[in-house]
Design a binder for this molecule. Structure first.
Ligand code: TXA
Ligand code: MG
Length: 330
C-alpha cells in the first residue's frame, strides 16, 4: 500500500488537507493522526471491514478492543444508550482530553471494535487535528496507538511513519504529542469508577469529581482491560527500571548504555549516554516512548531508566516503564 502524507500545523490546522483524510476514513481507509497523548491509527468505528484493517496493520490480537474517538460530547450517544451521572461529570470535567470512558455498548455498534465485549470505550481528544478529522469524517473513529503491536506508542510523526509506512492510506504529520503517554482508561459500568490504565487524568482527579474511584485491571486479580496482558512498549534494548536514582551507579559504561533520568541526576549517566527525562514527570511522560525508540536508533543495547514516584503522572510512567522493563527493577 502506498501511504500519503499530509503535514499541517496543529495551531492552525488546514481544513482542506484534513478533509482529504476525513474522506479517506469515510471510504473505509486507514489514517494515522496525532492526538495530545500519542499518534492514533484510525478507521470508521461503524465500518467493520475498515476496523479489521486496523488489527492487520498493527498485528494486534483480535481480542483487544479499540477506543472510539468523538468530536462532541453528544456523539457518545452513537455508541452507548446510557451515560451514567458520574460518567457525565467526568466528561464535563476532562473532555476533550486524555480520558477514555467505558460504558455499555449500544446495539448496532459493531462487535469488532469491542472485541465482542458488551462495553465500548469512548474518548474525546483535545487535539485540534484529531478533532477536526473526527468532525469532518462525521463518524466516531476507532483508533489504537499507531505502533506495531508490542513497540512503544509513537509520539512523533517520524516514529509513527517508521511503524506505519506502507500499512495505512494516510499519515497526518502534526508534530509532537504533548502528553506522550496514552489516555487514562476508566470503567464506568459499575458502582465505582475503576481505572484500568493510568494516564494524565489521575485517580485523585477522578475521585475529586465522582467522590470515589479505584485501580483495577492489572492492579486487581483478574485483568479486565484485555490490552494489559500483552507485551508492551518494548524497544530492542534491554530496559531496567531504577528504583533509587539517588543511589544509582551505572556499573556498565559506554555508548551502548543509556540512562534515562531527570536533569538533576545528569551526573548518574557519566560514562554512558544521558537521555534526558527533563525536569519533572510531565516532561518525562512526554519523552519516555520517544527516548525508548531513540535508544534503539542509536544502537543502545541497555537502558537504565529512573522510576518516578507513584503519584500524579508518575503512576502512568511507572506503569509503562515497568512493562518496557518486563518487571526488571534494580
Ligand atoms: O491515548 C490513547 O488512548 C490512544 C490515542 C490514540 O487515543 N489510544 C490508545 O489505544 O492507547 P490502544 O488501543 O493502544 O489502547 C486502548 C486500551 C487497551 O489496553 C484496551 O484493551 C483497552 O484500552 N480497552 C479498550 N476498550 C475496552 C473495553 N471495552 N473494555 C476494557 N478495556 C478496553
Ligand atoms: Mg496501544
Amino acid at each position: 500500500m502506498k501511504t500519503t502524507y499530509i503535514k499541517t500545523d496543529p495551531f492552525a490546522p488546514d481544513e482542506g488537507a484534513i478533509r482529504e483524510a476525513a474522506e479517506c476514513i469515510k471510504h473505509g481507509g486507514l489514517v494515522a493522526f496525532p492526538t495530545e497523548t500519542v499518534y492514533g491509527l484510525g478507521a470508521d468505528s461503524f465500518n467493520p471491514d475498515a476496523v479489521k484493517k486496523i488489527y492487520l496493520a498493527k498485528g494486534r490480537p483480535s481480542d483487544n478492543p479499540l477506543i472510539s474517538h468523538i468530536a462532541h460530547m453528544d456523539e457518545a450517544m452513537k455508541l452507548t444508550d446510557y451515560v451514567t451521572p458520574d460518567a457525565k461529570k467526568l466528561m464535563e470535567a476532562y473532555w476533550g482530553g486524555p480520558l477514555t470512558i467505558i460504558l455499555k455498548r449500544k446495539s448496532g455498534v459493531p462487535d469488532i471494535i469491542s472485541a465482542g465485549l458488551d462495553t465500548v470505550s469512548i474518548r474525546m481528544p483535545s487535539h485540534s487535528i484529531a478533532n477536526m478529522l473526527i468532525r469532518l469524517a462525521g463518524t466516531p473513529i476507532a483508533a489504537p496507538s499507531a505502533n506495531l503491536s508490542g513497540s512503544p506508542s509513537p509520539t512523533t510523526f517520524e516514529h509513527c511513519k517508521k511503524d506505519m509506512d506502507g500499512r495505512v492510506d494516510m499519515i497526518i504529520d502534526g508534530g509532537e504529542c504533548s502528553i506522550g503517554v496514552e489516555s487514562t482508561v476508566v470503567d464506568m459500568t459499575g458502582e465505582v469508577p475503576v481505572i484500568l490504565r493510568p494516564g494524565a487524568v489521575t485517580l485523585e482527579d477522578i475521585v475529586s469529581v465522582c467522590g470515589k474511584g479505584i485501580y483495577g485491571g492489572e492492579y486487581a486479580d483478574a485483568p479486565k482491560c484485555p490490552g494489559m496482558k500483552y507485551v508492551h512498549y518494548s524497544p530492542d534494548a534491554e530496559v531496567f527500571a531504577i528504583a533509587d536514582t539517588e543511589n544509582f551507579k551505572a556499573e556498565m559504561k559506554g555508548d551502548n548504555v543509556g540512562v534515562i533520568t531527570y536533569e538533576k541526576y545528569r551526573d548518574k549517566a557519566e560514562g554512558c549516554r544521558f537521555l534526558s527525562a527533563g525536569e519533572n514527570d510531565n516532561d518525562y511522560a512526554a519523552r519516555l516512548f520517544y527516548l525508548l525508540r531513540r535508544a534503539d536508533e542509536e544502537g543502545i543495547k541497555t537502558v537504565f531508566a529512573s522510576l518516578p514516584e507513584n503519584k500524579g503522572m508518575g503512576t502512568a510512567i511507572r506503569n509503562r516503564l515497568l512493562k518496557a522493563a518486563g518487571g526488571r527493577v534494580i
